[in-house]
Design a protein around this ligand. Structure first.
Ligand code: CA
Length: 535
């Protein structure tokens, strides 16, 4: 297990604060448990208030209306005078307006080309379509929620009775979801949940073995979910296996089929089909592949003020390593990058990529507007308790996960990533929806940073969890895989933790190490993004 990074109990440290940029007029208190009024820093700054860990302290006297600057970005305006040494909490700040989507800098920043990182490999499962899996899983696709209970029942039987015969198969997973019927399936936005389900069933970790359970009367019919062209990968395999040139048929078990008499007939039918797929999956072997075959989805959840100081910058450093190694890295979470859109459009490789980012942001602005909220609806009570005053501050700490590489592509919600490099996958910030959409995009490894702590995990891909603070890493020693809190403690650099993550990714991708979420089988449900109406 990857818990070697957890520090022993902390010694009592002298008052310590973290200042992100020379232009910032606030810093955050780093000490576990925060600091009391009267605490004096080495440079003579004395706290006027008690300041909790991760919260901001003013480095200057601020007048009403003065800009409060962190990450060299205005995160708010003082609502009243704030004396040097005071606790700068959310109630003292007015949030700035969102950046307009007009007049943005387009592809203006040309980051210096970084030398390629060569020679790094992992052991993966090569698929017929060229993609590579990090796990070897039988996934059972479902057209509609109605069949979920039946599939669950069958999965339990498959795991108990069949899986022991196929030791090279890691798991059997029912891809249950809440879509498929009772929805306005012809609404334009219905394409998002439909293509999400389609692309998840083609995730590299499932080896191209698509089997579908359908009810029969549902709106999302199997042919609509997986039209012939979409499963070329499966067709090829079936053609090779059965020596036919005609289009192979989609493997569907339909519960309302006249042939089924009684529940056990359905279960037997699912198990019979499953066994065919298990046999083929079991014959697969890991092979050495370059690190460029990693498709890493990064996201954060349960963020605190340390997210943007420790874990996310370390992920950003690791993102740069992955991009240099030729891999694919997706960063997401629209509302958490919206306030930094100018940083992103300027890093786009081409005007087309910048335009695609602006298009996704505009679509999301309109989506939020329809619900009469804006991007500020993102922050949670826990974020605020952790020191993040508003979405602007949260976003600046979130964007750093993207590192410094040029942004070479944009993936719309539910679409599959079609290129390598650093990609912006437009997804909501909701942990489950973001993870679900990154799965659809073809993610084969997930990296998740957390400050407040979440036990998040997915059945479909390994999830590496990174703690922002040593206190969390100590308390959740058997849930957190990496402790980036050592950066705030002064025990490790951003580069150290970034490299540690990179090496851990290769180990986890190879199956040499399991993440804690895998160890405990912590599996969150797939949650589809359905912006279309239900009926
Ligand atoms: Ca999230």
């Amino acid at each position: 297990m990857a818990d070697s990074s957890v520090s022993p109990s902390p010694a009592v440290r002298p008052p310590h604060r973290i200042h992100m940029h020379a232009a910032d007029n606030v810093a955050i208190v780093a000490n576990d448990g925060g600091l009391k009024a009267g605490a004096a820093f080495a440079d003579g700054l004395v706290l006027v208030d008690n300041v909790p860990q991760g919260h901001k302290v003013s480095l200057t006297d601020l007048a009403e209306g003065d800009a409060v600057v962190r990450y060299n970005v205005v995160i708010g305006y003082a609502l009243k005078p704030i004396a040097r040494g005071s606790w700068v909490h959310e109630r003292l700040l007015q949030m700035p307006a969102a950046r307009e989507l007009e007049g943005l800098p387009i592809a203006t920043v040309k980051p210096p080309a970084q030398p390629p990182l060569e020679g790094y490999t992992f052991e993966g499962y090569r698929n017929l379509d060229g993609s590579v899996g990090t796990r070897n899983i039988l996934a059972i696709t479902q057209t509609v929620q109605c069949v979920a209970g039946v599939v669950d029942f069958a999965v339990q039987r498959i795991k108990a009775e069949l899986l022991p015969k196929y030791p090279n198969v890691d798991d059997v997973v029912g891809l249950s979801h809440s879509y498929g019927c009772g929805v306005a399936i012809d609404a334009p936005d219905a394409i998002i949940p439909i293509r999400t389900l389609r692309n998840i069933s083609l995730n590299p970790n499932f080896g191209g073995e698509v089997m579908v359970i359908s009810l029969g009367c549902e709106k999302l019919q199997p042919e609509r979910l997986l039209p012939p062209g979409s499963i070329a990968l499966v067709d090829e395999r079936n053609v090779a296996d059965i020596g036919e040139t005609a289009n192979a048929k989609l493997d569907v078990v339909c519960l309302q089929d006249d042939a089924h008499v009684g529940f056990m007939s359905m279960i037997d039918s699912i198990m019979r089909q499953a066994e065919e797929h298990l046999e083929r999956l079991n014959a697969r072997r890991r092979e050495t592949v370059p690190a460029s075959e990693l498709v890493v989805g990064v996201q954060c959840g349960g963020s605190d003020a340390f997210s943007g100081v420790t874990a996310n910058p370390a992920v950003g450093f690791c993102t740069d390593l992955l991009v240099r190694a030729g891999a694919t890295v997706m960063f997401s979470e629209v509302t958490e990058v919206r306030d930094g859109i100018d940083q992103l459009t300027s890093r786009a490789t081409t005007p087309e990529v910048a335009d695609a980012m602006i298009r996704e942001m505009a679509w999301y602005d309109a989506y939020l507007d329809r619900g009469r909220v804006d991007r500020s609806a993102n922050t949670t009570p826990g974020n605020k308790k952790g020191g993040l005053s508003n979405i602007v501050e949260k976003a600046m700490g979130s964007i750093v996960k993207s590192g410094s590489a040029p942004i070479s592509g944009v993936v719309s919600p539910g679409e599959k990533a079609k290129q390598k490099g650093l990609l912006y996958a437009a997804t909501p910030a909701s942990d489950f929806i973001c993870g679900t959409l990154q799965l659809a995009a073809g993610m084969n490894l997930h990296v998740f940073t957390t400050g407040r702590g979440t036990p998040y995990g997915l059945a479909e891909v390994p999830v590496i969890k990174v703690a922002t603070r040593s206190d969390l890493a100590r308390r959740w020693h058997d849930l957190m895989d990496v402790n980036a809190g050592r950066i705030a403690d002064g025990d490790a650099t951003i580069e150290d933790v970034g490299w540690e993550m990179f090496r851990l990714m290769l180990d986890v991708a190879s199956g040499r190490k399991k993440t804690w979420a895998e160890q405990w089988k912590l599996h969150n449900a797939l949650v589809l993004f359905n912006p279309a109406p239900v009926t």
